[in-house]
Design a protein around this ligand. Structure first.
Ligand code: NAD
Ligand code: 89V
Length: 344
């Protein structure tokens, strides 16, 4: 297979992981990079040996022949950049959060559909191997039909040192982190009918909410609780582990801190350590997330080769993004929100 020619837009904090992962994928390579900050362009260009460097995205699209673009900028630039890729008929990956509003997210899906180009949201948490392992247990039928889930991310890790912008937005934990955990809930238990939410800000030094609790009714009939906190000090800091409890008609799944998976089901109880691999370029505790970046980028290359729709396509991600919007509006109104009403 001929190697796909990609370009990366946005050479900041997280893009370095994406560049490492592209280097591990032999069917694709990054041939050009773009950042409006010349210093970030220099750092990433030098680290990964990329000589084609642009500070202007329009100039890059005009000058390069590309098979895809990978957008790793922060949220406010996502819509104009995705629409620019669609106008050039270039398949596009866009980091989460997909958009500032659901209306912007819908517009990007329409723009790419009209241009006939694939669009994938870089929603990588469901690609973490422990999350995939939970999904495999559900698919095996071992615990029967799930009727309850708790998907939990509670931490006091200092995310602001690497990503200072997270302290300044009116929206914080649901938009930045809850979006991943809500996506995992959809991935494991299916699409959501209604959501009820409560939020709090415990850290007085930040602008947005740092605690969120969401109760969801899934279309399947299952109920789940998604709870997220960056104000939870524990004896052993679990960042960035997502902990999972699922109860089914024939058993239970528990993914506990330290990547310990306990399954009690039709064939008894098994306990396994399902720690993710430490890739050569990865570092703890981020290795769990870094491994998922490689997995989702591999999936993108497979999808481009086969014509399959990515698991976290733009259209799929609208259903996760609707949960984010519902959580903010439901926390404000203290009323349950119907998800179908948002997706019309
Ligand atoms: P960052 O601010 O460190 O990097 C963003 C870079 O994009 C900056 O260098 C900036 O100069 C550049 N940029 C912004 N607008 C641009 C434009 N229009 N044209 C060219 N360059 C532009 O941010 P970050 O922490 O790396 O986050 C980037 C995105 O990745 C965010 O959406 C964030 O939510 C997401 N993220 C995802 C994960 C994950 O696990 N999926 C983890 C961390 C961050
Ligand atoms: O996914 C993210 O955007 C990151 C982190 C994993 C720290 O929440 O902000």
């Amino acid at each position: 297979m001929v190697s796909l020619r990609g370009a990366l837009i946005g050479c900041g904090f997280f893009a370095v992981n994406q560049m490492h992962a592209w280097r591990d994928i032999e069917d694709a390579s990054i041939v050009a990079i773009c950042d409006r900050d010349p210093e970030r362009l220099r750092i990433v260009g030098d680290q990964f040996g990329i000589s084609k460097r642009y500070t202007d995205t329009a100039e890059m699209f005009a000058s390069e022949t590309l098979d895809f673009v990978d957008i790793a900028t922060t949220v406010s630039s996502h819509r104009p950049l995705v629409e620019m890729a669609a106008a050039h008929r270039i398949p596009v990956i866009c980091q989460k959060p997909f958009a500032p509003t659901l209306a912007d997210a819908k517009a990007m899906v329409v723009a790419c559909a009209k241009a006939g180009v694939p669009l994938m949201v870089h929603e990588n948490f469901r690609w973490q191997s422990p999350i995939q392992a939970v999904r495999a247990v559900l698919d095996s039928g071992e615990i029967g039909t799930p009727f309850f889930g708790r998907i939990s991310f509670r931490s006091a890790y200092d995310v602001f040192s690497g990503q200072p912008y997270l302290a300044t937005g009116k929206r914080f934990i649901i938009e930045d982190l809850g979006i991943h955990i809500l996506d995992i809930a959809r991935f494991l238990l299916g699409d959501v009918a209604t959501l009820t939410a409560r939020t709090a800000r415990i850290n007085p030094a930040i602008a947005g909410e740092d605690v969120a609790t969401m109760l969801m009714d899934h279309g399947s009939g299952a109920t789940s609780v998604v709870d997220c906190s960056y104000a939870t000090r524990l004896a052993v800091e679990p960042f960035p582990e997502t902990l999972i409890e699922i109860d089914g008609s024939d058993g239970t799944i528990r993914l506990a801190q330290g990547y310990q998976l306990t399954v009690t089901g039709k064939s008894g109880t098994t306990v396994k350590d399902i720690s993710p691999p430490l890739l050569p370029w990865a570092s703890r505790p981020w290795h769990n997330i870094q491994e998922s970046v490689l997995a989702i980028q591999r999936h993108w290359v497979d999808c481009l080769a086969s014509g399959k729709e990515p698991a976290t396509s733009g259209a799929d991600n609208l259903k996760t993004f609707a949960l984010v919007e519902a959580a903010y509006s439901g926390a404000a109104s203290r009323e349950p929100v119907r998800i179908d009403d948002l997706l019309k």
